[in-house]
Design a protein around this ligand. Sequence first.
Ligand code: G3P
Length: 307
Amino acid sequence: MFEILQTKANTHSRRIRMDESRPTASKKLAHPSARGPLIFADTAVIEDIKPLYDAGIVSGVTTNPSLIKKAGATNQAQAIKIAKDLIAMTCPNPTLLELTELTEEAMVAQAIEFAGWGDNVVIKVPVGGYKAVDDCFDAYTGLKVIKRLWEKDIRCAATLVFNSTQALWAANAGACFVAPFIGRLGDYLYSNDHPERKSGNSLYWIEDHKNSNGDQNVSNSEYVASGGERKDIGPRLIQEISTIFTNYDIHTQVLAASFRNFSQITECLLAGADILTVPSNLLEQVCEHPLTSKGMATFYQDSKVFI
Ligand code: G3P
């Protein structure tokens, strides 16, 4: 099982609370989770986010070009409309928009444009990988863009982070958030460990999909419970980054991303993530535990005695 290091005492001291995240002005009752980790919705589908947002479960939204496409955009005008609708819905909480330009000047110009759409816009900048698109590109483009945006007081999130060094580079460049993709990292290693199995969706292989009651067990499987660096790679990365940032009083927020299941959510919280961005299908399912449903059904039946 993922080992919890006892090094988190100072985590709170470096964590920057986003003032807007838990509105408590004019409240006598202080919010009990005012310094707790935040949950963002990792989707661009506004209908999915709205109920979660209204219930106080999420306090921000992360997007990327794939999520905006998945939300239905087939052209630039539609993509911009989706982005602006999200910004308006989440305001004053953050909406993270990813740059689509690939060269430094174009990226800075696009970031300025996006930032002009609302004070709650945070610009997502891929930390590297530019050579994968064009061999002539500069590998440092993302970091240079982050530095220039910090100089302009535009908040940035470094995205596509897969190791703690990338995270540190991004923080030093001026990123307010770093987004390690823990699910993709786990998928990659899992598919190498188990090439015979379908890749793409599980660090936590579910051997027995349903129990005799028809409930699905999505907790830790033997695969992750047996421990080991490779198996715990996603939460371990969060722990590394969180510890490094704590050790050096770096205030960049660790935004854990790319979740596949509930176990990863728990483990990233134990590892010291500041924010989790969770796909809406997982966010919804968290409320629906079979024992919660069973208890609710019993209470409902017994409550008839009051009527
Ligand atoms: O926020 C990052 C996220 O959208 C990537 O998730 O599921 O495509 O690995 P995924």
